[in-house]
Ligand binder design. Structure first.
Ligand code: GNR
Ligand code: NI
Length: 175
């Protein structure tokens, strides 16, 4: 397993529409294992493959307090089950240190393939619903700041660029 670099805005790769996975094989499981390790290292609750530069429809998530319950979603499809929207203060590992409110459907149906390639279906509510919709957006090249005003979005991108500059390139920091 390995920790991978997380792309930050305005990296153009974050705008790509990710491609469906053909088969859930050991190569894909290796990617998913790396994604979980990367998510844990960054203290995130979810991660989409494109955030580590891989344009595949793969999401990992862990909503447990103990951080010992990783979930894997391959080729996920969501269907809203209500028109009720709920605002939530969102953040994103690709937009570090920026938080703002986004409204999304409260309840969605989720269909996907799991770590073993088995077809599964579940209902998502609360933080699970917020997170899966946030991650699904990444698969379509959408980041939560895209829902904010242009002023807020531009400010967010500038803040991240400044932060990344201060932090230095990951290879540089490791030296
Ligand atoms: O770690 C994360 N926290 C979070 C908080 C509120 C709403 C969504 C998220 S997802 C985010 C990790 C991430 O960027 N996933 O794409
Ligand atoms: Ni995100």
């Amino acid at each position: 397993m390995a920790i991978r670099e997380i792309l930050t805005v305005p990296d153009p790769r974050l705008k790509l529409v990710s491609k469906p996975v053909d088969t859930v094989d050991d190569d894909l499981r290796a990617l998913m294992d790396d994604m979980v390790e990367t998510m844990y290292a960054a203290d995130g609750i979810g991660l989409a493959a494109i955030q580590v530069g891989v344009d595949k429809r793969v999401i990992v998530m862990d909503l447990s307090d103990e951080r010992n319950d990783p979930r894997f979603y391959v080729n996920p499809v969501i269907t809203p089950l209500t028109e009720d929207l709920k605002p939530y203060q969102e953040g994103c590992l690709s937009v570090p240190d920026v938080f703002d409110s986004v409204e999304r459907p409260k309840k969605v149906k989720l269909e996907y393939l799991d770590y073993d390639g088995e077809k599964r279906e579940e209902i998502a509510e609360d933080l699970f619903a917020v997170c899966i919709q946030h991650e699904m957006d990444h698969l379509e090249g959408v980041v939560f700041i895209d829902y904010l005003s242009r002023l807020k979005r531009d400010r967010a991108v500038k803040k991240v660029q400044k932060l990344v500059k201060q932090r230095g390139a990951p290879t540089e920091a490791a030296e």
